[in-house]
Design a binder for this molecule. Structure first.
Ligand code: SAM
Length: 244
């Protein structure tokens, strides 16, 4: 059977997605210490506990994985290479789970969590992190950093963003931008923070699952690339880092 004009025939069926977003976030009354569009210095778990329940459409989490430092011992970790990285507050798996639970509580029904993850955790079974939450994995985006990293076998050049959605899980009426590919090349200047993430990609992802003016949270914001991304697309940022 031939495809309709202007299509390749490979597009997802029109019935399962749309360019319209029907989800609306409620108006938020925030405690006075949570100031939008600023770089708050605060423990992320305290920050999450201050948020109203089931009110936020989108969250980003880029944990400071202790497990990565333990696995990537190339002999000079924390000495020459990786000195900046080793100096950051590390998160145990239990802490990461607490962050995920706090985000799950704050997200709207059908809200999204974009969880940055490295290859080691991705290849292990990380699904237990979501036990007892309403979050499910719905997609994965590979960020091609365009740089030549370390590795005992292949050399690292990518990081991954797991897309999780709170129940009820659906794309139609929720995810409204359909030209984001699942591999994205974006170069980032890492001089400000060793873990800086791509602003353009984060901006596209938050635009897909929120409306203009909606809140986007990041409880471990590092160099606050999510704040920059929110500014780019007219969303309201709310987030912190323990280091400020
Ligand atoms: C991987 S970095 C985030 C990088 C960020 N996505 C960016 O683009 O710059 C993780 C951050 O978590 C912070 N962190 C560690 N423990 C924290 C805690 N309990 N509360 C808030 N931030 C924390 C670290 O200081 C570090 O800056």
């Amino acid at each position: 059977m031939s495809s309709p004009a202007g299509t390749t025939g490979d597009e997802p069926r029109a019935a399962v997605f749309s360019g319209k977003r029907t989800v609306r976030a409620p108006l938020l009354l925030l405690p006075e210490e949570l100031i939008p569009d600023t770089r708050l210095r605060m423990d992320g778990l305290v920050f999450l506990s201050l948020l109203p329940e089931a009110a936020i459409p989108v969250a980003f989490l880029d944990p400071q994985y202790r497990g990565v430092l333990e696995k990537l011992k190339y002999g000079n970790e924390g000495e020459l290479r990786g000195k900046q990285r080793a100096a950051l507050a590390q998160m145990s798996e239990e802490t990461i789970v607490d962050f995920i639970r706090g985000i799950d509580r704050a997200l709207l029904p059908s809200g999204h969590l974009f969880l940055w993850i490295d290859k080691f955790h991705l290849c292990q079974d990380f699904h237990g992190w979501f036990d007892g939450t309403e979050l499910d994995v719905v997609d994965l985006v590979t960020w091609d950093k365009g740089t030549f990293g370390m590795g005992y076998r292949t050399r690292r050049r990518a990081e991954y963003c797991v897309v999780l959605q709170k129940k009820p899980r659906r794309a139609k009426g929720v995810w409204k931008i359909h030209n984001i590919t699942d591999i994205v090349l974006e170069k980032v200047d890492r001089k400000t923070h060793p873990h800086a993430k791509p602003v353009g990609l984060q901006s596209a992802l938050m635009s897909a699952v929120s409306n203009e003016g909606d809140f986007v949270i990041d409880p471990a914001a590092g160099s606050f690339t999510v704040l920059e991304a929110a500014r780019q697309c007219g969303r309201t940022f709310l987030g912190c880092d323990i280091e400020g």
